[in-house]
Design a binder for this molecule. Structure first.
Ligand SMILES: *Cc1c(COP(=O)(O)O)cnc(C)c1O
Length: 385
């Protein structure tokens, strides 16, 4: 089926080396988890980020589920999340019986509002899960300080933020754990995939066990035990080495991928600046102390009506732009947990007005110029269209 869009919203990152690597994985004769390409991905992630342990998983969702298991969360425990995030951030914890507590976001970076966290902490609170939205770091100094004072774990949902930095330090290295996504829509991809970064050495062994169906198989393969057996709860969270081969092709050339994304982001930001100012449109805020990961480019229109009109306007030229998260506290599940209108006013407002523009590594300069040109022709007053 052909798409009605000349310029889609997303195309998977491809380096040209993926198929060659997959062929190699097949030749190697090890296509299940933890083969040679998985080990290479672990090594790249650990060395490039300076994390002590990286484990590839079948998805970021599963890495989040692993983190909830590793924290031993019990029914009735509370965890603090932004409402402005993907379902999995919260669902992975709800699966353990956790009661989600939704915190509002900052109007500038759209990240967890660190000044609102403490009012939400109760005697049942066990963890905080910041999401580095668009790969721009949350205020980690303040968040880590709150976590420390209240003895809470921090798990970073870093699905957007691989290779972004906060105050010179890589995102994903602050919490006791962090999760990555290699879904088709992310900077680096193998279709479906993820990783759990484990920063707390006390969690290493159990992380391996939970990822290997509750067995000590990893220790067995290292010769540390002479048979492997069922030792804990767990599941099957290993990524096939066929997919790790695909992913390795991209992680090897991470700087090339990231610099291309930086070019695309910078082009939008530069060429839309005057139009945005004249049209009451807000462009992304990147604080001085944050190096972003160039995951996406979004704009904040003055109203829901203006956004709908711009989506339709761009669509008429074959350009696919999309909105993003609906507030989780107002979802059917969120309401079951007590969420109601007005709980997170910034989230509710931003969710109506945010629009993401086509963003992928093979977006040509001409195509990007077309997107910018059409946006500049657009008038934000809905009546003027
Ligand atoms: C994409 C995404 C996920 C889920 O990633 P999967 O690999 O598809 O499970 C989780 N959290 C955030 C913030 C995401 O953007």
């Amino acid at each position: 089926m052909s798409s009605p869009y000349r310029i889609p919203f997303n195309k998977a990152t491809l380096t040209g080396q993926e198929v060659e690597n997959i062929y190699q994985a097949v030749e190697n004769g090890h296509i299940s988890g933890d083969g040679g390409f998985t080990k290479r991905c672990h090594q790249i992630l650990e060395e490039s980020l300076g994390v002590p342990k990286a484990l590839l998983t079948t998805s970021c969702t599963h890495a989040l589920e692993m983190s909830a298991l590793l924290l031993d969360l019990q029914p009735g425990d509370e965890v603090i999340f932004p409402s402005f995030t993907f379902v999995s951030t919260v669902n992975a914890f709800a699966l353990r019986g956790v009661r989600p507590v939704f915190c509002d976001i900052r109007p500038d970076t759209l990240n967890l509002d660190e000044t609102k966290i403490e009012t939400l902490i109760t005697s049942r609170t066990k963890a905080i899960v910041p999401v580095h939205y668009a790969g721009v770091g949350c205020e980690m100094d303040a968040i880590m300080d709150i976590a420390k004072r209240h003895n809470l774990a921090v798990v970073e949902d870093n699905a957007h933020g691989l290779y972004g930095k906060y105050k010179g330090r890589y995102l994903g290295t602050f919490g006791s754990m962090a999760t990555q996504s290699f879904h088709e829509t992310k900077n680096f991809t193998c279709g479906e995939g993820g990783a759990l970064l484990v920063n707390d050495p006390k969690l290493f062994e159990r992380a391996e066990i939970i990822r290997e169906k509750g067995t000590n198989r990893s220790r067995f393969f290292r010769g540390q035990v002479d048979k492997y057996t069922w030792v804990d709860i767990g599941s099957s969270y290993l990524l096939s080495d066929v997919l790790a081969a695909f992913l390795a092709a991209q992680l090897e050339v991470r700087d090339v991928i990231q610099s291309r994304r930086k070019e695309i982001w910078t082009y939008y930001n530069t060429h839309l600046a005057d139009w945005a100012k004249a049209s009451g449109v807000q462009l992304p805020t990147i604080p001085e102390h944050c190096d972003q990961s160039y995951h996406m480019f979004y704009i904040l229109l003055p109203s829901l009506e203006a956004r709908t009109a711009l989506i339709d306007y761009l669509k008429s030229f074959g350009i696919y732009s999309v909105f993003h998260y609906l507030p989780l506290h107002l979802s059917d599940m969120g309401k079951e947990f007590g969420g109601k209108q007005g709980d997170c006013p910034v989230t509710e407002d931003v969710s109506d007005r945010l629009l993401r523009l086509p963003f992928y590594n093979s977006l040509s300069q001409d195509e990007q110029a077309t997107v910018v040109e059409k946006i500049k022709e657009f008038r934000t007053e809905p009546t003027a269209i």
